[in-house]
Ligand binder design. Structure first.
Ligand code: GRF
Length: 193
């Protein structure tokens, strides 16, 4: 269990696209009793829609080019150190962090995945969930380790599947839970939920 050192945890959010989880992390961080502050946003995609939330809230953001990933991750680790980041939240970040990066970051790295892990790891989740005729699905916030979507779960939120749900409709339902789950997960890793 991570130790609570200061009052507010400095978090970095890594995104690649829509950034709705980033949006809700920012909203929740502004609540008076929030345990965390979003200090840094990293995107591998210069066109990520989610960057607008960082801009709007005047949060520093960095666009990283994954051409030479070793070099890039060394720079990224330095940046994270500079911002005193204690938790990295992966939120739709479409790159896999190297073992080296994971080992060298002294804080927690967590990810949000749109299924009840260990079920439906990987991409294209909603189509696969519907194809499998599941009755319940949901989301999981979990610790990141060296295997994809594999680290210990911190929180899971369930969503009932309606027979008429389309993948897009299901995505929207799951995201409503994701937006609550991520902030709760950060409290939970410090045992404050
Ligand atoms: C979420 O569904 C999350 O579970 C997955 O990627 C999606 C990101 O959504 N890892 P958003 O960019 O935060 O809207």
């Amino acid at each position: 269990m991570a130790k609570l050192i200061g009052n507010k945890k400095n978090i970095a959010v890594f995104i690649s696209g829509r950034g709705s989880n980033l949006k809700y992390l920012i909203i929740n961080s502004k609540i008076k009793k929030s345990l965390f502050k979003v200090c840094l946003v990293v995107s591998n995609n210069p066109k990520a829609i989610g960057l607008k939330y960082a801009k709007k809230s005047k949060i520093k953001y960095y666009i990283v080019k994954y051409k030479n990933s070793n070099n890039l991750e060394t720079k990224l680790l330095k940046l994270i150190k500079k911002f005193k980041i204690e938790v990295i939240c992966l939120a739709g970040f479409m790159k896999i962090l190297s073992k080296n990066f994971i080992r060298n970051f002294s804080g927690e790295i967590i990810n949000i995945h749109p299924s009840l892990l260990p079920k439906f790891k990987g991409l294209n989740t909603f189509n696969r969930v519907l194809k499998a005729k599941e009755k319940i699905t949901g989301c999981t916030v979990h610790y990141v380790n060296e295997k994809l979507d594999n680290g210990r779960a911190i929180i899971k939120k369930r969503v009932w599947i309606n027979k008429k749900d389309s993948p897009e409709n299901l995505r929207k339902k799951v995201q409503i839970e994701e937006h609550k789950a991520y902030s709760i997960a950060i409290r939970k890793i410090y045992n404050i939920a």
